[in-house]
Design a protein around this ligand. Structure first.
Ligand SMILES: [Zn+2]
Length: 244
């Protein structure tokens, strides 16, 4: 298990290195300038480093009775995302699928490798295939790096402390200098509201994905005894138990 834990850390430091190069190349020096755009990261860092081609206008069909959403072909070094979820479709699954396939291209590049990834491989919290879990760790850390999420929160909300959930009620959230009022029914509701004010700094991701991050990083803390029912079971939940 220790070896697996180290591998998780090495994936995280690899994505950190990629993001830092992206920020350097973009010439950004302040947190407020940073926009995590996966297509830009591909053009600026991933393609020059790993020389993988990207195709997003094909129907990838089914494999073992499941719709293939993403594919990596090692011998051709090609990353493919199914056209049903690719732009112009406004499907938030595109970003995670793309990040996941980039994960295979970077972490599992052998010429004989072929990955045909379905919904369960990319989005389920119950994955058991280590390479699929590794690709998900790569994707999550590339798309929503913890340190950038925290910096974006601190800058957007001008806060150096968490937002506290103290029960249902009307909450005022001040982001980017504007006060907004929300009728909040639960802890998950407050995480969702905070996430809605942060997602624009990142690639096309859902508020649900950001909600998971906001909760996991302690940006919104639950000061009640209310049970937290995660908005969506992001893979990160299982990474912690499987790989640490
Ligand atoms: Zn996969």
């Amino acid at each position: 298990m220790a070896l697996r834990g180290m591998y998780k850390d090495s994936i995280k430091s690899l994505t950190l290195d990629i993001i830092q190069e992206y920020i350097r190349e973009m010439g950004w020096t302040k947190p407020e300038q940073i926009i995590i755009d996966l297509r830009e990261i591909y053009e600026i860092v991933l393609y020059p480093r790993y020389e993988c081609q990207l195709i997003t206008d094909m129907d990838l069909g089914d494999h073992e009775d499941r719709k293939v959403l993403g594919k990596f072909v090692g011998k051709d070094r090609v990353v493919l995302v199914d056209k049903s979820i690719s732009p112009p479709a406004r499907d938030a699954r595109f970003t995670f699928t793309l990040g996941h396939e980039f994960g295979h291209a970077v972490l599992h590049p052998g010429g004989h490798r072929l990955f045909r990834c379905n919904n369960r491989d990319i989005f389920s919290a119950r994955g058991i295939d280590l390479r699929e879990i590794q690709a998900n760790i790569f994707s999550e850390n590339l798309i929503m790096p913890d340190w950038i999420v925290l910096k974006k929160f601190q800058h957007s909300f001008q806060l150096s402390r968490p937002i506290r959930y103290i029960g249902p009620g009307r909450y005022c959230l001040c982001a980017h200098g504007v006060d907004r009022y929300f009728k909040i029914k639960s802890y998950a509701d407050l995480c969702h509201a905070v996430s809605g004010l942060m997602v624009r700094h990142f690639s096309n991701i859902s508020k649900q994905s950001m909600s998971y991050k906001v909760q996991n990083l302690g940006i919104v803390v639950n000061c009640t005894h209310e049970n937290y029912d995660p908005v969506v079971p992001r893979p990160g939940n299982v990474f912690e138990s499987v790989l640490v």
